[in-house]
Ligand binder design. Structure first.
Ligand code: F6R
Length: 297
């Protein structure tokens, strides 16, 4: 798992190569025989970590492309008789391309007349074969039980997809597209910089390791990131963890906070920073220990 974590800058760069044209400063999907201009709605379906990548994509697609997005866990979607709009697109996200609930959901969506797009890491998988629009991640084999590099590669593809949908729908300017291409091009170096904090993270780990419960907080796209962080901690450390939308804390979970519950706050600089920091201060007022993940700014 550690090896795969450290592979992230390389495999994300490798993945982005298929989705960006750096000279023209444009996003381009590898296999594209239709426009997203007329897609009225996108339904995203996945499990586990891939579901959290899908949840981040919902924020991006709605913000950038102004397209309504529905999001479902595959095991729920499959059995809840979802209403799917004619001409809609269903997007399935999977590292393996074989997860039974996601595959069954894909087949259900196809039977309901949806265009099927798939973000998948294994190019020979069932989902890859059954896609109308195949969007591969190039993370290489992921052997670790907990998904790491596949997740960040999924995010890279989903960011490019959101920009492409936005351009096709005419709601993103060329200048905005250029800005996204620049940010994505910088992502691998930013990941390298984040990984350089390895020793500080190791030094801080005993604070978390001693806890019985841990909360993760984030806002906007960092809300699904908080849930993904909590999932990783549960899977790998067997420590109970929950991810919450930072603004939801005061509606109940704050009652859990005391000096024995570390709270990991994900708050990058930007428009939501002050709001998240005020939630962080509420936690500190109750004696909670805070680990803040932010950027230098
Ligand atoms: C968590 C993890 C799982 C998978 C889930 C879906 O670290 O690995 O939650 O994300 O089982 O698997 P795929 O993406 O192969 O469909």
């Amino acid at each position: 798992m550690q090896k795969e974590i450290f592979e992230q800058p390389i495999v994300v760069a490798q993945t982005l190569k298929s989705y960006l044209r750096p000279l023209e400063q444009k996003v381009a999907l590898p296999q594209m025989d239709f426009s997203f201009a007329d897609v009225p709605r996108i339904t995203i379906v996945a499990c586990g970590t891939s579901f959290y990548a899908g949840m981040v994509a919902k924020y991006w697609l709605e913000q950038f492309a102004r397209v309504p997005v529905e999001l479902d866990i595959a095991s729920e979607f499959r059995y809840r008789q979802p209403v799917l709009e004619k001409g809609g697109m269903a997007l399935f996200i999977s590292q393996s391309g074989e997860t039974a609930d996601t595959l069954a959901a894909l087949r259900h969506a196809r039977a309901e007349g949806q265009k099927v797009a798939v973000v998948v890491n294994v190019p020979t998988s069932s989902m890859a074969r059954e896609a109308d629009l195949l969007l591969p991640t190039h993370a290489g084999p992921e052997i670790g039980v907990a998904s790491t590099k596949a997740f960040t590669c999924q995010l890279a593809v989903l960011a490019a997809l959101a920009a492409k949908v936005a351009r096709d729908k005419g709601v993103m300017s060329e200048a905005e597209e250029r800005e996204i291409v620049e940010h994505l091009t910088e992502a691998p170096a930013a990941m390298n910089a984040a990984l350089a904090h390895d020793e500080e993270i190791e030094a801080m780990a005993p604070v978390i390791a001693a806890a019985r419960d841990v909360l993760y907080l984030g806002r906007g796209p960092d809300y699904p990131m908080a849930m993904e962080g909590a999932l990783k901690l549960k899977e790998i450390s067997y420590i109970h963890a929950e991810g919450y939308a930072a603004g939801e804390m005061k509606h109940g979970p704050i009652a859990l906070i005391d000096k024995d519950v570390p709270v990991i706050v994900i708050a990058p600089s930007g428009p939501l920073f002050d709001k998240t920091v005020s939630n962080m201060q509420e936690v500190q007022a109750r004696g909670g220990k805070v680990v803040l993940i932010s950027d230098a700014e």
